[in-house]
Design a protein around this ligand. Structure first.
Ligand code: ADP
Length: 158
């Protein structure tokens, strides 16, 4: 059984993330969306809120699970008996960071492969930061995020 992990901050989940999840889920028997619980960042949404939004956005995908983790990504991947890390690549600006991440993960856990999925054109501008910025000033994020996330953003900034 092939298990993959798609890790990220998901603060909050966007349609770009969901597209990567849908496409990634076709490559593996089980895809675990791993929400990084990073004590050094101050996220807008709590882990519980992120889990709720991600579960709702992926509820039609039978082989997708949502979990949170802290510590080293490769430790989480090994603990889950996975051997693939899936990440998304939007533009050249993502490239440096994603290569660095993939190479450092490979150097500490060579049993795990990183697979980079190239963003669809329509999502290549989309990031959690942009979405938060638009929502903060009451802009319309309807086409950027799943329906429940839109509701959470409206509530957060109202
Ligand atoms: P991180 O803080 O780990 O970068 P993010 O939640 O911002 O977490 O992103 C998780 C992964 O999803 C990263 O690989 C990122 O490049 C990718 N990603 C984010 N937004 C998009 C998008 N619109 N299209 C494709 N991939 C994306």
């Amino acid at each position: 059984m092939r298990i993959g992990v798609y890790p990220g901050s998901f603060d909050p989940v966007t349609n770009g993330h969901v597209d990567i999840i849908r496409r990634g889920a076709k490559l593996v028997d089980k895809l675990i969306v791993g929400i990084l619980n990073n004590s050094q960042k101050t996220p807008l949404f709590s882990i519980e809120e992120k889990i709720t939004m991600l579960k709702d956005a992926t509820c039609d995908l039978e082989n997708v699970e949502v979990e949170c983790f802290s510590g080293l990504l490769v430790d989480f991947v090994n603990k889950k008996n996975a051997d693939m890390i899936i990440r998304g690549l939007r533009a050249i600006s993502d490239y440096d960071y994603e290569i660095q991440l993939a190479q450092s993960n490979y150097s500490i856990a060579s049993n795990i492969e990183t697979v980079l999925l190239i963003s669809r054109n329509e999502y290549s501008f989309l990031s959690s930061s942009i979405v938060k910025e638009v929502a903060r000033y009451n802009g319309n994020v309807h086409n950027m995020v799943p329906p429940l996330t839109e509701q959470f953003l409206i509530n957060k900034f109202s």
